[in-house]
Ligand binder design. Sequence first.
Ligand code: PMP
Length: 450
Amino acid sequence: MLDRTRLTALLARERATFEDRHPRSAAAYARADHLFGRVPMTWMNKSAAGFPIHLDRARGARVSDIDGHEYIDFCLGDTAAMAGHSPAPVVEAVTRRLAELGGASTMLPTEEAAAVGAELARRFGLPHWSFTLTATDANRWAIRLLRAVTGRPRILVNSYCYHGSVDESLIVVGPDGQARSREGNVGAPYDVTQTSRVAEFNDLEGLARELAHGDVAVVLMEPALTNIGIVLPEPGYLAGVRELTREHGTYLINDETHTFSAGPGGATAAWGLDPDVVTIGKAIGGGIPVGAYGLSAAVSAALSGRTDLDLVDMGGVGGTLAGNPLSLTATRATLEQVLTDAAFAGMIEVATDFATGTQKIIDEYGLPWSVNQLGARVEYRFVSPAPRTGGESAAHADADLEDYLHAYLANRGILLIPFHNMALMCPQTTTDDVARHHEAFADALGELIG
Ligand code: PMP
């Protein structure tokens, strides 16, 4: 059992240290009167210490703040910078497009777009690709297309999933086992239990029960949950999902936005999965906004055969900036030169070191915590054995403990992914960086446990 009084005192101390160390960030925050919530986006107020550090520069696995501190960045823009910050091939390609060729947004295709489509097809095994600016939009558009193809109204997601701000995905299994709107679903446009169904991850019985209603167009899922800690699939679960979706005439989307950390073709390639659609975003642009969705030959044929669908005019989703030359030149450079097969091998090796060392320290302190790894991504969770479902994982969140660890590490030059205890490796992350995390993590536990 943790000594909560000690935790409260240590958290207060770390917050005070954070405040002392960041006078310029604090002042910048205080001055930002014309930003709603004092930040460019309200979620940036998710800070272990009361206000966010303000960025000065970022390169590779390092970021520096305006107070002059440098950090080993295991956050990496929550995957948007999994290629490392400003990788040279991306900077070069983007600069050439902007400065030499011109035309960041033209409403015209480039030859590069086809190269990106071909590379994504090679990696994920789906032949036809379209682009958006965010993974959220890739999911929204893919859902619409599959509702159109099936004529079915609903989608199904896993409890405590995250697929971006997709209205239909904000649903959980409540304590009574019934579906309900997820807490924090601000300004919900409708009752989500009317548009969506939900099953716990790793629960094939629950999935079968929900699909039996016959009204689910598509199951939208991550092959491993990554937004409520990492919840890994049990043996046979993903094969069972594929079997059940086929049996019930329901399509399957693998959202690879985060599970891309599993390898060059995400979990889809690493685990030999066979989805109808893959959605992705963030990392593939090397820091430049882009999202993408890939369709199986059957889905694209079914869509192309439908003369009643407005896929060319206003259609329902899309966006003037989608598929713009800047995003696609960045994506091509990222895929061809940065997040290569060799880079993934190195990142996964470093992540394995992170996971093994973290578990060892946890064990040394006799804590009932667990560590999960998904390729280049590692998460520690305050429960052992590791949770099997999103609901179980959500039940073991501990906001103060999490804030303490985040603030403690930040004060010692280490950034984790906010919202949970997750660390991501980029091609420049080294085992020395990992060792520095381990040292600070062991110190944090030492002070807490004694
Ligand atoms: N899918 C998954 C699995 C995600 O984790 C996220 C964001 N964390 C998204 C989609 C949405 O990405 P974006 O915010 O870039 O639209």
